[in-house]
Design a protein around this ligand. Structure first.
Ligand code: CMP
Length: 140
């Protein structure tokens, strides 16, 4: 096992419902350390770039509109196997399929408004962190 970093977003449905502290408590209880964190309003261009891989999907427009509908919290999480660990902690993309105790099972209302994003690979974690953080803003 290796110490890794992953990229996380607390999405607008989380900030809107004042759930950032509650979600962070789940993240920290799972052994992941929040080593970078910033609350931002994403621009349409940033959201379109971030989700570029999904641009041909029918839900792309809806996804971008949602991600810019309110503030988000972008984070860098660090820990043993952080990428896979955070995906476990988040639960399935569709909250209806998420396991008990996961963030999405506990807090999410739909597949679109599913509270959190986490990187799906080491390569994407690196790219996603670089889109939103400078090295000096990550303090491990
Ligand atoms: P995320 O992990 O941020 O990566 C892509 C996002 O697309 C995903 O979480 C969901 O929020 C969103 N998504 C996936 N499927 C759908 C769908 N059918 N309708 C709307 N949004 C979706």
């Amino acid at each position: 096992m290796a110490t890794e970093r992953t990229f996380s977003i607390l999405k607008p449905d989380a900030t809107k419902r004042n759930l950032t502290g509650a979600v962070n408590a789940v993240i920290e209880k799972a052994g992941l350390r929040i080593v970078g964190q910033r609350r931002i309003q994403m621009s349409r261009a940033q959201a379109e770039k971030f989700y570029e891989v999904h641009k041909e999907r029918p839900f792309f427009g809806e996804l971008v509109d949602f991600m810019i509908s309110g503030p988000v919290v972008v984070q860098v999480l660090e820990g043993e196997n952080a990428i896979a660990r955070y995906r476990e902690v988040m639960g399935a993309t569709n909250p209806a399929n998420a396991d008990e105790g996961t963030i999405r099972k506990t807090f999410s209302e739909s597949v679109g408004e599913n509270t959190v994003h986490g990187s799906d690979s080491a390569e994407n974690a690196k790219l996603e962190i670089a889109q939103f953080f400078q090295d000096s803003d990550i303090v491990g």
